[in-house]
Design a protein around this ligand. Structure first.
Ligand SMILES: *Cc1c(COP(=O)(O)O)cnc(C)c1O
Length: 348
C-alpha cells in the first residue's frame, strides 16, 4: 500500500496522558486507578491508550460494548477489561469467548450470566440515583446476586461535576450497599468523583475525561495537561481585499486588506460550526482567529498577523478543552469524542 500523508492529524501527548493518570491515581488515595476507554478512548485511539497506561501501571479498563472489547484484542497480559453495557441477548457469544468481564446491569443480565458464565467473574452496576443503567438498590440487596462471582460492584455518580446534594446521597447509598452486597472490590468515582475526595474512591476509580486533559471540576485546574492537539494543513493562502467576504453565506467581511489561510479540516472532522466567533489556531506563536463559517472539510483563518505562513504549513488548533467548551457550548466530552476518523493519530 502506498503511504498517503494525511492533511489533518491529532498530535497526542503520551507523557501528558500518563502524567494525568498518575495525578488521578494519587488523588484516588489507596484505591487503584483505572481508565474509561469507551468510544475509542474518547476519540484518541483505545488501543494506544491501553498500551501507554498499562505500561505506567494501570490495570482496570472500561469499554462500553463488546465490539469495543473485541477491537482491543489481544490485550496486554496485565490488563483487565470490563464491558459497561453488560450482556444483552445478542452479546452472549462475545461474552463467553472474549477475555473481558460483563458489567451486569439488570436482573435479566444476572440470570443470563448465571446460565452462561460458568462461574467466571463478573462486575455488577447498581443504580444509586442516576436511573441510567444498573440494578435497583432493592434488587441488588434482595439476594439476586447470591453466589455470583462479583469482582467489582460499581455505581455511577450523576452530578459529580456539580456541588450537588445528590453526591452525598449517592455516597451514602453506596456505603450502605457495600455493607450488604459482597464483592471483591467497590468502585464509584469517575473523573469528577475523584475530585470530590478520598471518601468517594473506595477500591477502584474509573476516570475518563481527566485522563485526556479535560477538567472535571475546579479542584483539578492546573493539575491536568492537554493531551490532544489537532493540527491541520494549510491548503491555500489568499489575499482578501477590504470589503470582500469569506466562505458560505459571506459571513465574514474583511475590514482591511487581509491575508487568510484555508486549512484542511471541517465539521465532518468534528470541528463544528459552533466554533465560529471564538475558534482559532496558532502557527509559530502567531494567533490566527477562525473566520467565516466552518465548511465540511475546510476552514479559514485570518493570518494577517502570521508572518510568512504558506501552503504546506501546519496550524495547531486552539483545543484546551475547558476553555473551548466554555466558548463553543460543546461539552469537553463532545470535543474529544467528536474528533473524526480522518485525523491521523500520532503519539509523540
Ligand atoms: C464514562 C464512564 C466513566 C468515566 O467518566 P468520566 O466523567 O469521563 O471520568 C466512569 N464510569 C462509567 C460507568 C462511565 O460510563
Amino acid at each position: 500500500m502506498m503511504a498517503i500523508p494525511s492533511p489533518l492529524r491529532l498530535r497526542l501527548d503520551r507523557d501528558a496522558l500518563v502524567a494525568n493518570w498518575r495525578w488521578l491515581a494519587a488523588q484516588s488515595g489507596t484505591a487503584a486507578c483505572g481508565a474509561a476507554i469507551k468510544a475509542n478512548g474518547y476519540g484518541l485511539g483505545a488501543r494506544e491508550v491501553v498500551r501507554h497506561l498499562a505500561a505506567a501501571g494501570c490495570r482496570d479498563f472500561f469499554v462500553a460494548t463488546w465490539a469495543e472489547a473485541a477491537a482491543l484484542m489481544p490485550l496486554p497480559e496485565t490488563v483487565s477489561l470490563s464491558v459497561l453495557h453488560g450482556i444483552g441477548v445478542s452479546d452472549m457469544v462475545a461474552a463467553r469467548t472474549l477475555p473481558a468481564r460483563p458489567v451486569l446491569n439488570s436482573i435479566d443480565q444476572v440470570a443470563r450470566w448465571r446460565e452462561a458464565g460458568e462461574g467466571r467473574p463478573c462486575d455488577v452496576m447498581v443504580d444509586t440515583g442516576m436511573n441510567r443503567l444498573g440494578l435497583r438498590i432493592d434488587e441488588a440487596g434482595g439476594g439476586a446476586l447470591d453466589g455470583l462471582n462479583v469482582e467489582t460492584l460499581l455505581s455511577h455518580l450523576a452530578s459529580a461535576d456539580e456541588d450537588s446534594d445528590q453526591n452525598a446521597r449517592q455516597l451514602a447509598a453506596f456505603r450502605e450497599l457495600r455493607r450488604s452486597v459482597p464483592a471483591r472490590r467497590y468502585s464509584l468515582s469517575n473523573s469528577a468523583g475523584i475530585c470530590l475526595g478520598a471518601d468517594y474512591a473506595f477500591d477502584l476509580t474509573r476516570p475518563g475525561l481527566a485522563l485526556y486533559g479535560g477538567t472535571p471540576r475546579a479542584e483539578a485546574r492546573g493539575h491536568l495537561r492537554q493531551v490532544v492537539h489537532p493540527e491541520a494543513l494549510v491548503l491555500q493562502r489568499r489575499t482578501v481585499r477590504a470589503g470582500e467576504t469569506v466562505g458560505y453565506g459571506a459571513a465574514w467581511i474583511a475590514q482591511r486588506d487581509s491575508r487568510i489561510v484555508v486549512a484542511n479540516m471541517g465539521y465532518a472532522d468534528g470541528y463544528l460550526r459552533c466554533h465560529a466567533g471564538s475558534g482559532g489556531a496558532t502557527w509559530h506563536g502567531h494567533v490566527l482567529p477562525l473566520i467565516g463559517r466552518v465548511s465540511m472539510d475546510l476552514v479559514a483563518f485570518d493570518a494577517s498577523d502570521a508572518g510568512s505562513i504558506d501552503e504546506g504549513d501546519w496550524l495547531t488548533l486552539d483545543y484546551e478543552l475547558s476553555a473551548v467548551s466554555a466558548a463553543s457550548g460543546l461539552s469537553q466530552y463532545e470535543l474529544l469524542t467528536g474528533l473524526g476518523a480522518r485525523f491521523e493519530r500520532r503519539w509523540v
